[in-house]
Design a protein around this ligand. Structure first.
Ligand SMILES: C[S@@+](CC[C@H](N)C(=O)[O-])C[C@H]1O[C@@H](n2cnc3c(N)ncnc32)[C@H](O)[C@@H]1O
Length: 385
């Protein structure tokens, strides 16, 4: 199969982030370009992490097709399956400049592809990363994630359009968004389709997370985080997803260790594990017994919210993959009406809380919670959009 990069073993694949893109996903990229870019024939199309070249077989007519990759063997394979493509071998993040690819300053340029994404600080993967390639990345585009560096390299090349796959978390997590400095200053997202990481057979072992097939245009007014929060993302399954449609738990409680904010008068009544996003919650514990660096101290007033998160965890598996990087969502008004039910449900089912609190039965608590979640998520789980 063309998509499975046969010449690499697992370690090498992780080193290079070499998870090649299936044909239908490449097709979606084509359609985004065709829908949004006028006169594509005037543009040169460049994939600077081209692998076996799947994006260089787009059914589009362009001025030039250019491919580059640090992996020589991948380029050799790409040459066999593509026509009329100019190839360059080397580190696309080192000495980034148009002239390396004989692209002139006035040449209209579209960057395409599926750059590798892996967090270069991640502890697990650090041991098996190819240090030499990472160390040579230009200082001005160095970030903690290889994929973000690729995005910044497209800005350095002054591409007119960028049409690439990247984790949705780059945009929707505020800290990531901010690290995209020049990209968000000089580009605006104008279209995009969210797909599941499970579309890639090689990565489907882990928990599914959302990937965006993005289309950015160079626009000196850039975009701010509000723009992303209001953006109506389309998913491959034809759902619409907008961050501002939801309120999240972070508006009411602290997600992170809060020992220093707890006053003597507000004695904590429970302990909770640090919360990250919904995908992390699926794997992590909720109420805990120990004092650790990850402990969030719960005061009585806030207990219902933590019980809410504890109950939410059970529903999290029903949520579509594209919620994976969001904070726990809540409909505060509806929650207020039945918060006793969440406490009852949590105390009833959580062994740690059970030891600490007396269980008070609330009639139909389970059914009311079920109704609450149905209402909150109906559009995304039960009905067509
Ligand atoms: C996710 S794969 C995508 C390949 C291809 N675009 C596709 O979708 O089928 C990422 C590719 O980036 C290449 N790569 C990783 N680091 C690179 C770097 N610094 N410069 C150029 N290519 C790099 C890998 O060799 C791999 O082929």
């Amino acid at each position: 199969m063309k998509e499975s990069q046969n010449h690499l073993n697992h370690k090498q694949r992780v080193d290079l982030g070499s998870f090649y893109t299936p044909k239908d996903i490449v097709g979606l990229t084509s359609s985004l370009l065709q829908k949004n870019v006028e006169n594509i024939t005037d543009f040169s199309i460049f994939d600077s992490s081209c692998g076996y070249g799947s994006f260089l077989t787009l059914k589009i007519k362009a001025k030039r097709f250019i491919g580059a990759d640090v992996d020589k063997q991948a380029i050799d394979e790409a040459k066999k399956t593509t026509k009329d493509v100019e190839f360059f071998e080397g580190n696309s993040l080192q000495n980034v400049a148009r002239q390396n690819y004989q692209i002139t300053d006035d040449e209209k340029l579209i960057m395409i592809g599926n750059p590798p994404y892996n967090d270069t600080t991640s502890i697990i993967r650090q041991s098996i990363k190819d240090k030499s390639v990472q160390d040579e990345i230009d200082q001005d585009i160095k970030t903690r994630d290889l994929g973000m560096s690729f995005l910044l390299s497209y800005d350095k090349l002054k591409a007119n359009y960028i049409c690439v796959l990247h984790p949705l978390s780059y945009l929707i997590k505020k800290a990531n968004f901010t690290s995209l400095g020049k990209l968000i200053k000089n580009y605006k997202l104008i279209d995009g389709i969210i797909i599941s990481s499970h579309e890639f057979s090689d990565t489907s072992r882990g928990m599914a997370f959302p990937i965006l097939i993005s289309l950015y245009t160079r626009d000196r007014s850039g975009m701010n985080y509000e723009y992303v929060k209001n953006y109506k993302f389309q998913t491959k399954e034809r759902k619409t997803f907008c961050l501002n449609d939801f309120d999240t738990i972070v508006n009411y409680i602290s997600k992170y260790p809060n020992k220093k904010y707890i006053s003597d008068t507000s004695k904590p009544v429970a302990k909770f594990y640090t919360m990250r996003d919904i995908n992390a919650l699926k794997r992590s514990r909720t109420f805990i017994e120990n004092d650790t660096a990850n402990t969030v101290y719960v005061i009585m007033d806030k207990l219902p919210y933590y019980c809410y998160v504890d109950v939410f965890k059970k529903y999290a598996d029903k949520l579509p993959y594209y919620f994976g990087n969001c904070d726990v969502i809540i409909n505060h008004e509806e929650f207020e009406k039945i918060k006793e039910c969440f406490i009852a449900e949590s105390v009833h089912n959580n062994q740690i809380l059970k030891k600490q609190f007396k269980f008070r039965d609330i009639p139909n608590a389970g059914a009311k919670i079920e109704e609450y979640f149905n209402k909150l998520l109906r559009k995304h789980i039960y009905a067509a959009n």
